[in-house]
Design a protein around this ligand. Structure first.
Ligand code: 13P
Length: 251
């Protein structure tokens, strides 16, 4: 099953109106490289303006609540993101799992709500430094995936898994190609166990200090179908070369 690469930027809590010119520049570069999917997950406050700044380009949010509406101060539903023009959302990022106490069951409910509403979903998993040092990385991440996965999926291309080792996020430390390859192979096997053939169509992204200088090497690892990029997605100068690396022929 052919999987197009997906390069998604996660702006986290960065970006004011003056960053919209970066969205436009990134969208123009993405258009020139039709063989790779590109998206930017911007702060909720910027979604609508980013969509207007770059019509047709894939803009996403960074989190949703699983409920459709209600007394949940500060949260946004899938329908709200769609209403603002978003086409995808991240769920289960480690910064939400750790900083907001989100457990696997909540992440699963968010993924199901997002897909059910028609959003594409990037579901994040990843181990801490302590877990890896204890030799438990694969078991931990596999269990996290099993417990966070939506019960069923329709179009497998609407779901992506992002393997983001917590120790590699924003640290400049990148997982080695052997570590990435081992983990992605395990994740692929779990996806096939969960969804049968459709599990081959789910993209598995790597995230954690991806930049222009290491992107090509990471994209060369089997079962790496793209990247979820934090810091290096904030400017077109840093992000566009990563898109180029993903679009390189010879996969
Ligand atoms: P960095 O690319 O800044 O390490 O962030 C990775 C990440 O958390 C993307 O979601």
């Amino acid at each position: 099953m052919t999987r197009w690469r997906l390069i998604a930027g996660n702006w986290k809590m960065n970006g004011l109106s003056n960053a919209l010119s970066e969205v436009t520049a990134i969208a123009m570069a993405a258009e020139r490289h039709g063989e790779v999917d590109v998206a930017l997950c911007v702060p909720a406050t910027l979604i609508e303006r980013a969509v207007r700044a770059a019509p047709g380009f894939m803009i996403g949010g960074q989190d949703i609540r699983s409920e459709a509406s209600g007394a949940f101060t500060g949260d946004s539903s899938a329908a709200m993101l769609i209403d603002a023009g978003a086409r995808l959302t991240i769920v289960g990022h480690s910064e939400r799992r750790q900083g907001h106490g989100e457990r696997d069951a909540a992440v699963k409910a968010k993924a199901e709500a997002g897909l059910g509403a028609g959003l594409s979903v990037i579901l994040c998993v990843g181990e801490s430094d302590e877990v890896r040092s204890a030799g438990q990385a694969v078991a931990h991440v596999a269990a996290q995936l099993d417990q966070s996965l939506p019960a069923t999926i329709g179009d497998p291309a609407a779901l992506s898994i992002a393997y983001e080792p917590i120790w590699a996020i924003g640290t400049g430390k990148v997982a080695g190609v052997a570590e990435i390859g081992e983990m992605h192979a395990v994740l692929r096997a779990r996806l096939v166990a969960a969804y049968g053939d459709a599990g081959q169509g789910v993209r598995i992204l790597y995230g954690g200090s991806v930049k222009a200088s290491n992107a090509a090497e990471i994209f060369g690892v089997p079962d790496v179908d793209g990247a979820l990029v934090g810091g290096a997605s904030l400017t077109s100068a840093d992000f566009i070369p990563i898109i180029f690396a993903a679009a390189r022929p010879g996969r």
